[in-house]
Design a protein around this ligand. Structure first.
Ligand SMILES: Cc1cc2nc3c(=O)[nH]c(=O)nc-3n(C[C@H](O)[C@H](O)[C@H](O)COP(=O)(O)OP(=O)(O)OC[C@H]3O[C@@H](n4cnc5c(N)ncnc54)[C@H](O)[C@@H]3O)c2cc1C
Length: 339
């Protein structure tokens, strides 16, 4: 068995969370992980530590305390201005070797996944990737919930002999805490020996996406194969209800809508107040993406569709008839209200 860089007996009884930032703005999943980390640290009576890497990002230290961290491990260097895997992995590995946390959590974002994989190899430890739940045993062993074999099983994985116990967690699984302004903590400035020749990635151009943030939409209008690619109808409804449009995998695969809008096991986990599922059968892979919705409304022409077992309100009917009628009704209500 490969032994990790530090042993269980050497761990510092702490939970570390990697706070991913871009141009000084934190990824939402980092705050979600701080909230879960806080809960687990309180359960164990351990310290919760935030790992902050970047350049000119000192404001994130105060933010880390406000969102629950007891300590911030902080490296501020020009070579960390933009994410490059070599620089971030090097700085993070040095901090982890110094701080020896029991648990290290990262968001399952593209950069978080990249960083986690590299670090697990460097630290000779295991990594539970893409988790949908976390808990701790009373002995301080992290239990990571991961769905496997195409979602057919839910595996609970424990890593008893290797440290840190690493996990990446899907965005949207946990809710962030309300910030407690003025809360304070302990700052550790990390001294890294990072140098330019270690970085083999050259950033030629930076391009920002359109910023689809489905995980935070208050109203989700999701379309499945049953809408026959007519997402315009869903966009109109979303606009009227102040929501956003998502989809199951088939319309994404068929190119009717962007992949960022796929909801479910291999898509986004959403927690809207209301989810309206249109022409969706209710496969497990999709349902995991909306199970945190407060209210689910399903429209399906098949009265036996599995989605109805999960929905709070069931509409048996053709989406091509139900949705235009609903849109017309809402438009009329809106016109009357503004008249
Ligand atoms: C490893 C793996 C990962 C996956 N990840 C995801 C994922 O992240 N997200 C995801 O969504 N899927 C995922 N899938 C696919 C998933 O298993 C299902 O195949 C998919 O969710 C089905 O999509 P659907 O409900 O749109 O289509 P279907 O199952 O074909 O259902 C279409 C529904 O529309 C209804 N319908 C048809 N016409 C009308 C009409 N005119 N009016 C009203 N209702 C109508 C039908 O009665 C039917 O219930 C994954 C699969 C695998 C193997």
């Amino acid at each position: 068995m490969v032994t990790s860089l530090y042993r269980v007996e050497e761990e510092s009884k702490s939970i570390w969370v990697y706070l991913e930032q871009d141009s000084g703005a934190l990824e939402a999943v980092s705050l979600e992980l701080l909230a879960k980390g806080r809960q687990l640290a309180d359960q164990m009576d351990w310290e919760l530590c935030a790992l902050v890497l970047g350049h000119k990002v000192k404001h994130l230290v105060t933010q880390s305390y406000a969102y629950g961290a007891d300590q911030v491990w902080f490296a501020d260097q020009s070579l960390l201005e933009h994410f490059t895997i070599e620089a971030y992995a090097h700085a993070a590995a040095q901090a982890l070797a110094q701080g020896k946390p029991s648990v290290f959590l990262l968001g399952a974002t593209p950069n978080g996944r990249d960083l986690a994989g590299r670090l697990a190899v460097r630290l000779k430890t295991g990594l539970n990737a893409d988790c949908t739940g976390l808990s701790m045993t009373s002995e301080g062993v992290l239990v990571s919930e991961v769905s496997g074999f195409g979602g057919g099983i839910l595996a609970l994985i424990q890593m008893e002999r290797h440290r840190p116990q690493m996990a990446t967690v899907r965005p949207g699984v946990f809710s962030p805490l309300e910030p407690f302004e003025g809360r304070n903590g302990k700052l550790f400035e990390i001294q890294t020996d990072l140098s330019e020749d270690m970085i083999h990635t050259r950033i030629v151009e930076r391009e920002s996406g359109q910023g689809i943030d489905l995980g935070r939409a208050p109203v989700l209008i999701a379309g499945g194969r049953g809408i026959d690619g007519d997402f315009e109808m869903l966009r109109q409804l979303a606009e009227l209800l102040g929501g956003d449009v998502g989809a199951t995998r088939p319309p994404v695969d068929e190119g009717h809508i962007e992949r960022e809008r796929q909801v479910g096991q291999t898509g986004v986990v959403c927690r809207p107040k209301v989810a309206i599922c249109c022409g969706i059968s209710g496969a497990f892979h999709f349902v995991v993406g909306i199970e945190k919705a407060d209210t689910v409304i399903a429209i399906n022409s098949d009265p036996e569709a599995p989605i109805f077992e999960f929905a709070d309100y069931c509409v048996v009917g053709d989406v091509h008839q139900v949705l235009p009628a609903l849109i017309a009704n809402l438009e009329e209500t809106r016109e009357t209200a503004y008249a």
